[in-house]
Design a protein around this ligand. Structure first.
Ligand SMILES: [Zn+2]
Ligand SMILES: [Zn+2]
Length: 270
């Protein structure tokens, strides 16, 4: 009974001293080596952010909003009919639904491009955006595995990593951890067996389809049969790559295949 008031008094005092030095050290650090925005390199005051206010505003302008859950295009709430939009009417997809963080433009596009050359760059922000897109998806509670869109091994060796796999590993989703292969959070039994050309933005739908046809396969001993899978990629352009991956997974017995991407590039409605 006598000790209690002493404890009460000491504890906040010690925490207070510790906090004082921690904040003081952080502030001094920030003053001597100011933090810079990972995207535009301007100085930022917010210690816990990777991005400056300007870049966050640009991301805010190209993310969120309504999009077609079938193809990922920007669409008004009233532009959806029969589960799709005017842009994807008549288009065939092997994946069942898509979720995206935003449109491939402004600082979101710049960050995705730099993510391909430096895996550490903007990972925090991009994984935050991927997780937000996932939590707003129609298939959040319907996933057994996350499967990153694979790179050909030669490209992965040259780059040192697969950006889609890094993204998939950052997703906070219990089903991906509690799957039968709990040793991995992400299932990498979908592989790219043929090197594909990097397509220019002007490549037609036909060229893109031809480029990825037969480029993917599943590893022997895979566990995709009857599973609900979420493919993960950085950008969807025409959807040819996601389609080809989804086709392979379904041929391997997958019950459902969804797609999660950071950005959707092709917004044209022909
Ligand atoms: Zn910035
Ligand atoms: Zn659509």
């Amino acid at each position: 009974m006598i000790k209690q008031p002493i404890k009460k008094w000491r504890k906040p005092f010690l925490i207070g001293v510790k906090d004082f030095f921690a904040v003081g050290w952080g502030a001094l650090n920030h003053l001597l080596w100011p933090k810079r925005c990972v995207n535009c390199r301007s100085i930022i005051l917010e210690i816990n952010s990777e991005l400056c206010d300007g870049c966050w505003q640009q991301i805010g302008a190209v993310s969120g909003g309504n999009y077609c859950k079938r193809c990922g295009r920007d669409v008004s709430e009233y532009g959806i009919s029969g589960g799709g939009c005017a842009g994807c009417e008549g288009e065939e997809f092997s994946f069942d639904a898509i979720a995206r963080a935003g449109v491939y433009a402004t600082s979101l596009r710049e960050m995705i491009l730099s993510f391909k050359t430096d895996s550490g760059k903007a990972t925090k922000t991009l994984s935050f955006l991927a997780n937000s897109a996932l939590s707003g998806s129609t298939f959040l509670d319907d996933i057994d595995y996350f499967v990153p869109v694979p790179l050909h091994w030669m490209r992965r060796v040259r780059r040192g990593y697969n950006q889609s796999q890094i993204l998939a590993e950052q997703l906070a989703h219990p089903a991906a951890i509690d799957g039968q292969r709990s040793r991995t959070r992400v299932n990498t039994d979908l592989v790219r067996i043929r090197r594909t050309k990097i397509q220019p933005s002007t490549a037609s739908v036909h060229q893109r389809l031809k480029n990825v046809k037969g480029a993917f396969a599943v590893r022997r001993g895979h566990d995709f049969a009857g599973k609900k899978i979420c493919l993960v990629d950085d950008v969807k352009t025409t959807g040819a790559t996601l389609n080809e991956c989804a086709k392979q997974l379904k041929e391997a017995g997958a019950a459902k295949v969804f797609a999660l991407v950071l950005a959707v590039a092709d917004q044209r409605i022909d």
